[in-house]
Design a binder for this molecule. Structure first.
Ligand code: ZN
Length: 339
């Protein structure tokens, strides 16, 4: 009989890897995505990838550059790809230092080709934009291989963060516990039980819905990287691979302060535009209803600044970075210390 409903079959991915994910040893190559354009009729986007495999152990998928203007991840991962040897590895490490490669090349958060935000593009489409095609390849070809998914972020050009490693609260408490243990192993100065304001289309959500251990970071920001935050990234990813049993040895023991984001009230948004003044620096204590930032009108003198107040008592864990702010921008995030 006819008329049975079935999901439409997805087309094959247009991405061709130049590496073989099942081959032992070290391979440096690219995910090649055809991209026909003015300066190259039969051109491609070539996303760097490194695979280090030794035996049947766990598979870690490590990414940076999900947003193109965040640098601790790419710095740690290009370095890891150059230094890790197969005989150190039990299992497979797949390293993609710059996931949204066109955005990374342009030093912008989103892709200059299609304005695609990689972290809102999942599950992607094989017949979509360049960003959607990359997301689809991760969704259908890379995530299913992985036991552990680690995605580096920082604040980019418009935010600055306390250095923290983070995982989400999940309905699956076993998976949540495994993710939180990986966060603890990373050993950043702060560890966050993270709340998202906009989780639809995130890589995080795609991985978690597949039952993968998903861990992320926010390590700084402002569109650059600091020596201290890069050191945290480099040591942290080695700690995570040791915790997963992929590298030998124990994670380097570190003190971490756990933080929680209990509700949307953690996020302080500006309702005005103007000159941004943070009243508190990252890591400083904040009382509920304290003024954490002010927005000064810049059209003329004689108007009082607009005040932005904290929704919780805690510490300032993120702030707007540029000197000017617009209505709707996130001005500050106040997270609560967990003892
Ligand atoms: Zn990011």
């Amino acid at each position: 009989m006819t008329g049975m409903l079935s999901a439409p079959l997805l087309a094959a991915s247009p991405v061709t890897p130049t590496v073989d994910f099942d081959q032992p040893g070290v391979q440096h190559g690219a995910l090649r995505l055809p991209y026909s354009r003015d300066d190259s009729a039969w051109g491609s986007v070539m996303i760097p990838v490194c695979v280090i495999r030794n035996g049947e152990g766990p598979v870690a998928l490590l990414t940076g550059g999900n947003h193109g203007d965040e640098y601790e991840g790419p710095l740690a991962l290009f370095d890891l790809a150059n230094s890790l040897k197969p005989d150190q590895v039990n299992g497979t490490v797949i390293i993609i230092p710059a996931m949204n490669y066109p955005a990374f090349q342009a030093a912008t958060r989103t892709s200059p080709i299609d304005k695609g935000n990689m972290n809102r593009a999942f599950p992607g489409r094989p017949d979509g934009t360049v960003t959607q095609k990359i997301a689809d390849y991760f969704q259908r070809h890379l995530l299913p291989r992985a036991d552990l998914v680690f995605d580096f972020h920082s604040g980019g050009r418009t935010l600055d963060f306390l250095p923290f490693c983070a995982a989400h609260l999940l309905d699956d408490k076993t998976l949540e516990a495994r993710a939180m243990a990986t966060v603890e192993a990373f050993g950043a100065p702060y560890s966050m039980r993270m709340l998202e304001i906009d989780s639809v289309g995130m890589y995080d959500t795609a991985a978690e819905e597949m039952g993968k251990v998903f861990v992320t970071t926010e390590l700084g920001g402002g569109g650059t990287a600091r020596a201290a935050t890069v050191r945290i990234a480099r040591q942290g990813i080695l700690n995570v691979l040791k915790h997963a049993g992929i590298l030998e040895g124990e994670p380097q023991p570190t003190e971490t302060q756990w933080l929680d984001m209990p509700s949307d009230e953690c996020f302080c948004f500006s309702q005005d535009e103007g000159l941004f003044e943070t009243m508190v620096d990252l890591g400083e204590p904040v009382e509920k209803d304290e003024v954490v930032a002010r927005v000064h009108p810049i059209i003329r003198t004689g108007n009082a600044p607009y005040e932005i107040r904290a929704g919780y008592s805690g510490i300032l864990s993120a702030r707007h970075f540029p000197g000017l702010i617009k209505a709707g921008d996130c001005a500050a995030v106040v997270a609560v210390k967990v003892d």
